[in-house]
Write a new protein. Structure first.
Length: 356
């Protein structure tokens, strides 16, 4: 048990540099955007707030709108102070409530965050006219809906579990790839390498942020849906229960995740996937146990519920970033689900108090 806790602590420490780098990147991005918005705009558009700006390019329109906003709210320092305090208090109180909710009733918390993560970004995108996101979101929802329908059907088809885990593992892999690609583009633009992409700084930032967002969003959503589907599907097969007492006896060469026979005896002879054996001596298909642990966010044996050390399970150093990246996605979930709710509640309170 002590070794497991030590490995878990080391695992969290490995994720800290990634978090710090992300925060620093976000602060630098804010500084760049703020400096860009404060570029001087033609005075005539400030002297006459009703002057038409529809014929201007998007970049100039954004700067003019920002300058008009600053001019309108000049001298409201005390009001803005209380608005900021309201937001800070809301963030602190909400975080405390979320921690207690997650601790006391994890199932309802998981359901709420999953549906919120699925619906809130789409609603915001429809309201803002981001039709590209709506199009991609629709395709993802249709395919995932079909996969969920297959997984929740009773009796479940023999080939369904492997297709389900392959789909969600593929979503996880594209999330890792797009997330890293977007992060590198953002970092390159910050360091002044945007000319290498034959584009401007603003375009590089927009492209990098777009790719990073798509990767992290679908990575979080895919993991949350996979966790729910994993529980339902494994319980239907009969080898897994929340209590840890299986309904069926597991044969030595049977995978408890997909209920299919493991044909690989020696990994040296494996062609497509290897045979993974846990410390509890239960064996599984490679893709099945990867889907169960990495994508489905499980850290126990699917059959006996014994604790699984992911650091020992995935010994290849190139595989461990998938586990660390999974913890980073938990942080993204908070930003995508709870931040809009907190900001909306704060805006409602400010409107009620007459703050502008």
């Amino acid at each position: 048990m002590s070794n497991s806790r030590t490995m878990s602590s080391c695992h969290r420490l490995c994720a800290i540099p990634c978090m710090i780098a992300t925060v620093l990147l976000f602060i630098s991005l804010c500084d760049v955007v703020r400096g860009h918005l404060h570029i001087k705009v033609p005075q005539e558009y400030l002297d006459d707030p009703t002057k038409d700006i529809s014929h201007l390019d998007d970049d100039t329109k954004l700067r003019i709108m920002h300058a008009r906003y600053q001019e309108k709210h000049k001298g409201h320092d005390e009001m803005h102070f209380w608005m900021g305090m309201t937001l800070i208090v809301a963030l602190i109180v909400t975080q405390i409530l979320i921690v207690f909710w997650k601790e006391w009733h994890y199932k309802s918390y998981r359901q709420f965050t999953m549906w919120g993560l699925w619906g809130i970004p789409c609603i915001v995108s429809i309201h803002s006219g981001y039709w590209r996101f709506v199009f991609v979101w629709t395709i993802f929802s249709v395919i995932t809906g079909l996969i969920m329908r297959m997984a929740l059907r009773k009796p479940i088809a023999r080939t369904t579990p492997r297709w389900v885990y392959k789909w969600f593992y593929a979503v996880h892999l594209q999330s890792v790839g797009l997330g890293i690609l977007g992060y590198m583009v953002l970092l390159s633009a910050l360091l002044g390498f945007s000319p290498l992409f034959l584009t401007s700084l603003e375009t590089a930032f927009s492209a990098g942020f777009l790719v990073f967002f798509y990767g992290t969003y679908y990575g979080v959503l895919g993991r949350d849906i996979a966790e729910v589907v994993t529980n339902k599907m494994a319980a239907t097969i009969g080898y897994y229960t929340d209590s840890g007492v299986p309904y069926r006896t597991l044969d030595p060469d049977m995978c408890a995740v997909c209920a299919q026979k493991i044909l690989v005896v020696k990994n040296e002879d494996a062609v497509v996937e290897e045979r993974y054996t846990l410390p509890c001596s239960h064996s599984f298909h490679e893709f099945c146990i990867r889907g169960w642990c990495v994508v489905g966010k499980k850290q126990t044996c699917p059959y006996c519920n014994e604790k699984v050390d992911l650091q020992r399970l995935f010994k290849n150093p190139w595989e461990k970033p998938h586990v660390i990246y999974g913890h980073f996605l938990d942080f993204i979930r908070y930003l995508l689900v709870w931040q809009p709710i907190i900001l909306g509640a704060s805006q409602g309170f400010n409107w009620y108090m007459g703050f502008e």
